[in-house]
Ligand binder design. Structure first.
Ligand code: UD1
Ligand code: CA
Length: 585
């Protein structure tokens, strides 16, 4: 990717025509204020990220499997929550003198509450550019629904409370965010009349709140908590009632542009659909991340009108409204544009997925995990991997997966919502879903461990073995070509090649129990429900339909018949000699 040179970051010499103030403007701030190069451009073709099951359904909140009985002890602790307590409603003191006539009154907030920041996440839109039946906010990105990335970033940045504005597919979005966290509340936008309207829909939820409000678009999955903290500090230091985050893009198409005055001050934001050609040439975009003092939000925003191409109430109009009232609007230009780009279509979704996977791989490598080819390895954000694990190319680790120390994961394996114990080897091309694998196991190649598989220590599951709702005790082996479903297998049992548990009678699923140290000969069918007692042997090729007592031998083979010299007398050669006809002539 090309690094943008500072000179390129400026747009054309824009003069705003038809603006209420007819202010001469130029785009971009003084060059000295450019914090760095821009690494990403909108519209550049996204890499061919292949993420299986990355559709809306895959974004559902999944419970993390626990490690009990398998893993020694949790290796990590969850990050500490924000220090501040719950948001409490307080009314603005009526005695507070308005700072400027005609502007909203601002009460002197107590020092402790001045530090408090609440967040609002706008998540009521549909996201038409995704061409999807489900709102874009619930599409999965690196293992989390899009909107949850934003909410988690806000939480990790220390927000005392976060209000999520929902509307389109409100229940799905609520579920995607996760209910039950007291620091998260929801507001309802009844019709999607724009980002400004969405913010106003949450007014009653935040009634009486006087501190700073961080407003975030819900489609910013790559956003980092550190960036939000820096931005909030910037906003506080600026003294301006409103601060916004901007970025400079080589290809800014689709985003709102930041229009500045000659002196470099932010003058307003113009949406692509309302922009003149000159304004479209501006490379500095509005990221959809704002910090505003509550006292300067509600009343001024109510003055915004839907007199634009999209007939919507734009939150971005607050910039112009406050400027007209004589306020400054502070802009924080973020150096890493890739982190703050909204996801509006499938290309941008793929780019975000790739960015998050790359970030995750880097973090794991920094923590002592070997990833042979980070470019082809997709590890979801909530996956945990302990040091000294080696991950070969083409591996996908998805959802709430927990990989132990010193594990080897072979090329092309996909592990989802599973636990893998220390020192286990997963050979190439295994598919493992909702399974718990103990320490020192050896899996694959080409093994398929389906939900509710539990392998204790030192278990061996070889090639073309499929397991489902099956537990295998310590030291047991199923090395080749086997199906084990609804089975309970004890310790040190040996399951021969081609063993099949016949667990389905056409109506219900039935269990097979194989106790400790049982030897199941090759090509055995175990017709459930059936129990093979401790230490028993089953002769190869048997169909077992009745329970087998301990330490016995069960055989259900048909007796072998041998007809000596049969081939010489009746085989094809003999038939040809005798002039016999037949299809093989
Ligand atoms: C918005 C900004 C644009 C900025 C861009 C950054 C406005 C008017 N424009 O444009 O300046 O460059 O984000 O990515 O704000 N939403 C609602 N209710 C609505 C409409 C939208 O909750 O009625 C939510 C959406 O779900 C989304 C967010 O607000 O999470 C932004 O909406 P979106 O339609 O993506 O805005 P953009 O056109 O990208
Ligand atoms: Ca957007």
């Amino acid at each position: 990717m090309r690094i943008l040179q500072p000179a390129e970051t400026r747009g054309g010499p824009a003069i705003v025509v038809g603006s209420s103030r007819a202010l001469p403007v130029r785009s971009g701030a003084p060059l000295s204020s450019l914090p760095g190069g821009v690494r990403m451009s909108r519209g550049s073709p996204a890499g061919a990220t292949v993420t299986q099951g990355n559709g809306p359904a895959a974004g559902a909140v999944r419970p993390r499997l626990t490690v009990s009985g398998l893993q020694p002890s949790p290796r990590r602790v969850s990050p500490a929550g924000p220090a501040s307590g719950l948001f409490s409603v307080r009314s603005v003191p009526s005695s507070s003198a308005p700072a400027v006539t005609g502007r909203p009154s601002r009460g002197p907030a107590p020092a402790s509450r001045k530090r408090e920041v609440c967040a609002m996440v706008l998540a009521a839109g549909l996201g038409k550019r995704m061409h999807s039946q489900s709102t874009k906010l619930i599409h999965a990105i690196a293992g989390r629904p899009m909107v949850r990335h934003v909410v988690e970033a806000a939480k990790a940045a220390g927000m005392s409370r976060t209000v999520v504005v929902v509307g389109n597919q409100a229940d799905e979005v609520r579920r995607a965010v996760g209910e039950g966290d007291k620091r998260i509340g929801f507001a309802y936008q009844d019709s999607q009349r724009g980002t400004g309207h969405a913010v106003l829909s949450a007014e009653s939820q935040l009634a009486g709140y006087e501190g700073n409000l961080l407003i975030l678009n819900g489609d910013l999955p790559a956003l980092l908590p550190e960036t939000l903290k820096t931005f909030i500090e910037f906003h506080r230091a600026s003294g301006a009632p409103l601060g916004l985050m901007t970025a400079v893009l080589k290809e800014p198409q689709g985003y709102g542009r930041v229009v500045r005055t000659y002196s470099g001050d932010v003058s307003r934001i113009v949406e692509e659909t309302d922009a003149t050609l000159d304004e479209k040439a501006i490379k500095e975009i509005n990221c959809g991340i704002y910090c505003v003092e509550a006292a300067w939000l509600w009343d001024p925003l109510k003055r915004a009108r839907a007199d634009n191409a999209q007939r919507e109430i734009y939150l971005t109009d607050l910039v112009e409204i406050l400027r007209r009232d004589g306020h400054k609007v502070a802009a924080y230009r973020h150096p890493d544009a890739e982190e703050v780009l909204g996801v509006n279509d499938r290309r941008e979704l793929a780019a975000a997925v790739r960015a998050l996977h790359r970030r995750k791989a880097n973090a794991l490598m920094d923590a002592g995990v070997t990833i042979l080819d980070p470019e082809t390895t997709f590890i979801d954000v909530d996956v945990r991997v302990a040091p000294d694990t080696v991950i070969e190319p083409g591996v996908m680790l998805r959802g709430a997966t927990d990989i132990g120390r010193g594990v080897a994961i072979g090329a092309g394996s996909r592990i989802a919502d599973s636990v893998v114990g220390d020192g286990t080897v997963v050979l190439p091309y295994c598919v493992i879903t909702q399974a718990r694998i103990g320490r020192g196991c050896r899996i694959g190649p080409f093994a398929h461990l389906r939900p509710d598989t539990q392998l204790d220590e030192d278990v061996r599951v070889g090639n073309f073995v499929e397991t489902k709702k099956t537990r295998m005790g310590q030291g047991s082996k199923a090395s080749h070509l086997t199906y084990l479903g609804d089975a309970e297998i004890g310790r040190r049992a040996n399951i021969g090649a081609g063993t099949i548990t016949c667990n389905f009678d056409g109506v219900s699923k039935l269990r097979t129990v194989i106790e400790d140290e049982v030897f199941v000969g090759s090509d055995t069918q175990l017709v459930a429900p059936v129990r093979v007692r401790r230490g028993a042997f089953i002769g190869a090729g048997s169909t077992i339909t009745k329970d087998v007592p301990p330490y016995s031998l069960a055989l259900s083979r048909a007796q072998q018949v041998v007809k000596e010299e049969w081939a010489r007398r009746h085989g094809p050669k003999a038939r040809r000699k005798s002039g016999g006809g037949g299809p093989d002539r």
